[in-house]
Design a protein around this ligand. Structure first.
Ligand SMILES: *[C@@H]1O[C@H](CO)[C@@H](O)[C@H](O)[C@H]1NC(C)=O
Length: 398
């Protein structure tokens, strides 16, 4: 009898948490959410590289500088860094359970997570944060956790609840909201109070059951099942949901089929041009990632590009290619499906590295064969993420 009770208790403890209630969506069928340019954004190329390498678990092919590795280690301590390193360029005001947060919209991940009252006070200083007890619509998801810890120990993790999330004119009820209990120093020093992942829900990190992204939940009510990123250089932009805004681009939108099997907005990207010279990059794909700052490509492309920049060299102290700020840069084009996107020379100078040397916006993606097209690409193109297909479209930014 006693052993039966013990067994029953053990079975109850093992039982999987109940599935989350279904989400529901109300509000407009097409809306634009302003993406405010962060005035405190710091153009630090090394920091942008670190963030991308950690996020995508990239394997360096170049000798990485001591400083790079030291910075990686430093990011593990969970406290604010002495070096200002705010790497989030655009922020979208989002209301979670009645509380307003400035979030980073990231098409390269699929978790909606927020700074929460469970964080140490030192970790949330300078941030708005979410307090579940102040929300009348919050429902805890008992036993659910999330974790975006990276190989280098940076990242964030915590527990999960459901709450009402309002972005622009659309409200999703029972949206999975992931509450941070720990965040690494990179997130502490960034301006964003969390992320809205807009990649495919198949890479959502909630356990034991993956949760749907805001876009997946809102999709059925949108005029068209798509959203578009408008991120003009050094200026305010927007995320348009349910429609494309022809005032934000010129010409027409070129669409390419997306292979979502890795959870990303991914397509073949098998050749590139430095100026007008065509080169093959066979076997490569590209992903559209608004949560990465730079353009990261295979080494052969990076080498071919900087061979055409007078005075360019790889800097092991900066962790990337640098060149004299006065150098004349060629344009860079790469294929998205079968159409070239061209990044103008002006966008390929990311900013000062040190003294009179500048950091390139194009850098190595390491040993993988998945190029990453980040915000520098979106400074040149209006990007459309269309779930029907799915497909990715782009048109020259207005
Ligand atoms: C840029 O970021 C790196 C890595 O976080 C840091 O070591 C470096 O000091 C920063 N540079 C400046 C000029 O702030």
């Amino acid at each position: 009898m006693l052993s039966a009770i013990v067994l029953a208790l053990a079975a109850a403890a093992q039982a999987a948490p109940a599935p989350a209630p279904a989400s529901n969506v109300q509000g407009s069928t097409a809306f634009s959410a302003p993406a405010v340019h962060n005035a405190n954004f710091i153009r630090n190329g090394t920091a942008a590289m670190l963030k991308a390498y950690a996020k995508h678990n990239l394997k360096p092919t170049h000798e990485m500088p001591e400083a790079f590795m030291a910075a990686l280690a430093k990011r593990q301590d969970g406290s604010a860094t002495a070096v200002p390193s705010d790497g989030v360029e655009y922020l979208v005001s989002t209301v979670v359970g009645g509380q307003t947060l400035d979030l980073d919209f990231d098409t390269g991940s699929a978790d909606l997570w927020v700074f929460s009252s469970q964080l140490a006070a030192s970790s949330r200083s300078g941030h708005a944060y979410y307090t579940s007890s102040k929300s009348s619509t919050y429902k805890a998801l008992s036993g659910y956790t999330w974790d975006i810890s990276y190989a280098d120990g940076s990242g964030a993790s915590g527990n999960v609840g459901l709450d009402t999330v309002q972005i622009g004119g659309t409200t999703v009820t029972n949206q999975a909201v992931e509450l941070a209990k720990t965040v690494s120093s990179t997130f502490v020093s960034d301006a964003s109070d969390g992320l809205v992942g807009l990649a495919f829900s198949s890479i959502n990190t909630v356990s034991p059951q993956q949760q749907s992204t805001f876009f997946d939940n809102a999709q059925s009510s949108l005029d068209s099942p798509l959203f578009a990123a408008y991120l003009p250089f050094n200026a305010d932009g927007a995320y348009d949901f349910g429609y494309t805004d022809s005032s934000k681009y010129t010409g027409s939108i070129t669409y390419t089929s997306v292979d979502s099997s890795n959870g990303f907005w991914e397509y073949p990207s098998t050749s590139y041009k430095v100026g007008s010279t065509v080169h093959s990059l066979s076997g490569y794909t590209g992903i559209s990632d608004t949560g990465t700052t730079l353009i990261l490509m295979g080494d052969s492309a990076v080498t071919a590009y900087y061979n055409q920049v007078s005075g360019a060299s790889y800097s092991s102290s900066q962790g990337g290619y640098i060149f004299p700020c006065s150098a004349t840069l060629p344009t860079l084009s790469f294929k998205i499906g079968s159409t070239y996107a061209t990044i103008p020379a002006s966008l390929l100078n990311f900013g000062t590295a040190s003294g009179s040397s500048c950091f390139g916006s194009l850098q190595s993606v390491g040993s993988g064969s998945q190029n990453i097209y980040g915000d520098v690409f979106f400074n040149a193109y209006y990007g459309v993420f269309d779930a029907s297909g799915p497909s990715f479209g782009f048109a020259t930014i207005a």
